[in-house]
Design a protein around this ligand. Structure first.
Ligand code: FBP
Ligand code: AFP
Length: 327
C-alpha cells in the first residue's frame, strides 16, 4: 500500500462532486458509514444480547439468521432510506425493498461472516451501488454484470472500524477515528502480482473438482513441486478479513464450486459478496474470476445466485485458471 493521498473520507467524497451521480454516491457512502459506526458500536458493546442465538427464520439464501444479521439489515435499510437510493437489495431479504427516491440502487450483505460472530473475529458489511435506471421490475436492476457497479466496498468490524472503497478509479482504505468520529484515509491499495499465501477451506478437499485438487496439491508441494517455491496458508473464514489481508499483502482466495448439491456454484453470493469484493480487488491491481473467467463480466442469474470465486494476486489467479479450464 502507498502513502495516504488525502486526509478524510469527507474530502474524498467531495472530490466526486463533478462526476455523474457523484453527489448521490457521496451522500450514500456517508449514510453507509453512519450505519457502520452504529453496527460496530453494537458489536463492541455486545448490546445485541445473544450473539450466538439463531432465529427460527431463514434468510433468502436459506441460512438461519442471527439477531445481529437482522439488526445490521435494519440499520443499513434505514441508512438507505436517508440516501438517494430507491431500491435496497439485501442478502437478508427475499426481494428488493423500495427505499425511497433517488437514482441509485444498493446491493448489500449487511453482516458478512456471521457464522463467526460469537468467536470475536472480524466480520463486516459488503455493499455495491448501481444506477437504479427505470426497469419496471426492481430485481432487474441487480441482474447486471459487476462492471456496471458505480461504487463498491466493505466495512470491517474488527480491532479497527475500517472501510475499503472504490469508485472505479483505485481502491482506498479509510479507518474510523472514534475521537473525531470520522473516517480518515489510510492507504491506497496495490496488490502484489505474485502471491506467497493461499486461502481456502481445505476441509472441503474431498468435494473439489480435479483441477482445484491439482492446483492446491501444487501449492502444498512448495519448493519440491511444480511451483518450485513455498507458499503459506491463511483462512479466517470471514470474507472481509481474508479479502483485506489479500489487499494488504497479496495472496489468493478461492471458494470453488464443488460436488455437493448446495455448493454446485460455490458458497458466496455474486451480487452481495463476490462482485463488490472483485471490484475492489481489480481496482487495486488484482484479479477476480469464477475460478476460470473474469467475474465482473458475468451477470448474476438471480438476485441471490451463488458463484465460484477466486481473487487476489493477478499472476496466481491466472495460474488457477489454467488448472480449471477443463472443469
Ligand atoms: P455468511 O453469508 O453466512 O456470512 O457466510 C459468508 C462466509 O462466512 C464468508 O465470510 C466466508 O468466506 C465463508 O462464508 C466461509 O465459508 P466456510 O465456512 O464454508 O469456509
Ligand atoms: P508471531 O510469534 O510472529 O506472532 O506468530 C504467531 C502466529 O502468527 C500465531 O498467531 C499463529 O497461530 C501462528 O503464528 C501461525 O503460524 P504459521 O505461519 O506457521 O501458520
Amino acid at each position: 500500500m502507498s502513502a495516504p493521498a488525502m486526509q478524510s473520507l469527507a474530502a474524498h467524497l467531495d472530490a466526486l462532486a463533478a462526476k455523474p451521480l457523484g453527489p448521490e454516491l457521496a451522500r450514500t457512502v456517508a449514510a453507509l458509514t453512519r450505519a457502520a459506526v452504529t453496527v460496530h458500536a453494537t458489536i463492541r458493546a455486545g448490546t445485541v444480547p445473544d450473539l450466538t442465538a439463531t432465529d427460527t427464520a431463514a434468510n433468502a439464501s436459506g441460512e438461519t439468521q442471527k439477531p445481529l444479521d437482522v439488526f445490521a439489515d435494519e440499520t443499513f435499510l434505514a441508512a438507505a432510506r436517508t440516501a438517494p437510493v430507491s431500491v435496497y437489495g439485501s442478502e437478508e431479504q427475499e426481494l428488493p425493498v423500495p427505499s425511497g427516491d433517488g437514482p441509485l440502487a444498493m446491493a448489500i450483505d449487511p453482516l458478512d461472516g456471521s457464522s463467526n460472530i460469537e468467536t470475536n473475529i472480524a466480520v463486516g458489511t459488503i455493499f455495491s451501488l448501481f444506477a437504479a435506471g427505470d426497469a419496471p421490475d426492481p430485481a432487474e436492476v441487480f441482474r447486471r454484470s459487476g462492471t456496471e457497479q458505480l461504487a463498491a466496498g466493505f466495512f470491517i468490524y474488527g480491532a479497527q472500524l475500517l472501510l475499503v472503497l472504490t469508485f472505479g478509479a483505485g481502491t482506498d482504505v479509510f479507518i474510523h477515528d472514534p475521537q473525531a468520529d470520522e473516517f480518515r484515509h489510510h492507504a491506497r491499495c496495490t496488490i502484489p502480482a505474485r502471491a506467497g499465501e493461499y486461502s481456502v477451506n481445505a476441509a472441503n478437499r474431498r468435494h473439489w473438482p480435479t483441477g482445484m485438487l491439482a492446483y492446491v496439491d501444487g501449492l502444498e508441494q512448495g519448493a519440491e513441486g511444480p511451483r518450485q517455491r513455498d507458499f503459506g496458508m491463511r483462512y479466517a473464514g470471514s470474507l472481509v478479513a481474508d479479502g483485506y489481508r489479500i489487499l494488504q499483502r497479496g495472496g489468493i482466495f478461492i471458494y470453488p464450486a464443488d460436488a455437493r448439491k448446495a455448493y454446485a456454484r460455490g458458497r458466496l453470493r455474486q451480487l452481495y459478496e463476490a462482485n463488490p469484493i472483485a471490484f475492489c480487488i481489480e481496482q487495486a491491481g488484482g484479479a477476480a474470476t469464477d475460478t476460470r473467467r473474469r467475474l465482473l463480466d458475468l451477470p448474476p442469474t438471480t438476485l441471490h445466485a451463488k458463484v465460484p470465486l477466486a481473487f487476489g494476486s493477478r499472476d496466481e489467479v491466472e495460474v488457477l485458471a489454467t488448472y480449471m479450464q477443463g472443469e
